[in-house]
Structures are given as structure tokens and as C-alpha cells.
Design a protein. Structure first.
Length: 158
């Protein structure tokens, strides 16, 4: 009779199996694919108004208080940096310069987190020494936060 030997489990093996992307992450990836397909259909003639209407529609779909926060952020960003073009990015309102996303708004409901996020991409000119923040948690917007965001957005596009 031949002994069959089972391979031992690695000491570093993880018993829990990874499921990969969450449902929310898969939905964001699908939204991004739809955005790219729509942009290809529209072609180079797509204008800023197309992106703005898509962003405003996405904000209108958000539950409160994210909807109100998204509307205020949209107004602050447009006033602070009119050169930025509103567009959707992974299903989130985003603002781009020369086709590259500079900043974006992620509602708390997007990935079921306890706060919304204002994020900046590497195109944003926020460099400050050897370390600087690139994302900010938002629970509410007061005049002070709006002023700070306006200054950050101006700096980001400078």
C-alpha cells in the first residue's frame, strides 16, 4: 500500500480566502468602463457642458447629506478654478485639467464609509516639503472648510 502524503499548510498561509473586489469596488470599475465607452462615442468634440451635466446628475443621485455637500463642493471648485472641467471618474464627480483628474469628491455612501472624501490626484500642485495630504475627510461643510477647499483647489491648479 502506497502512502499518500498531503502537503503541509504553509506557516504563512492565510486561512481566510480573499474574495477580491467588494461589490462597491466592482460597481465603480463598471462605472469607469461606461465612462470610457461614452467618452469614446462622444469623441474629441465633447464639451465641458457634457461633463458638468453628468456631474450634476451624479450629485443629484446622492443621498443627503452627501448631495448637499456635493453641490456646495461643485460650486466652490468651479468658483476657485474655472479652468477645471467637471467630469465623472469611477462614478464620482471629478474635476480635470487638460484631461487629467486633479480632484474628486467621493460620497460616504460610495464605499459605505462614515465620511465623504475630497481627494487630490498627483497632478495637483499641493507639494509641501517631503510630505503633504492628498485626501480630506468631510463630515460637513462650513464657511471655514469651504474657504480652505477653495484655497487648496487654487493651489492645486497653479
Amino acid at each position: 500500500m502506497k502512502d499518500t502524503q498531503k502537503s503541509p499548510k504553509s506557516a504563512t498561509a492565510i486561512d481566510k480566502t480573499s474574495e477580491g473586489f467588494t461589490d462597491e469596488e466592482r460597481a465603480a470599475i463598471k462605472e469607469r468602463a461606461r465612462e470610457l465607452k461614452a467618452a469614446t462615442r462622444r469623441g474629441p468634440s465633447a464639451d465641458k457642458a457634457d461633463g458638468e451635466s453628468a456631474v450634476l446628475a451624479k450629485i443629484a443621485e446622492m443621498p443627503e447629506p452627501d448631495r448637499a455637500m456635493g453641490e456646495r463642493l461643485h460650486a466652490v471648485i468651479k468658483a476657485s478654478a474655472p479652468a477645471l472641467s467637471p467630469r465623472l471618474w469611477y462614478g464620482m464627480p471629478a474635476y480635470a485639467k487638460d484631461g487629467n483628474v486633479v480632484c474628486f469628491f467621493q460620497s460616504a455612501q460610495k464605499f459605505k464609509t462614515r465620511y465623504a472624501t475630497l481627494g487630490f490626484m498627483h497632478e495637483a500642485n499641493l507639494d509641501e516639503g517631503a510630505m503633504w495630504p492628498t485626501a480630506f475627510a468631510l463630515k460637513e461643510l462650513t464657511a471655514a472648510e469651504e474657504a480652505r477647499i477653495g484655497a487648496l483647489v487654487k493651489k492645486a491648479v497653479s
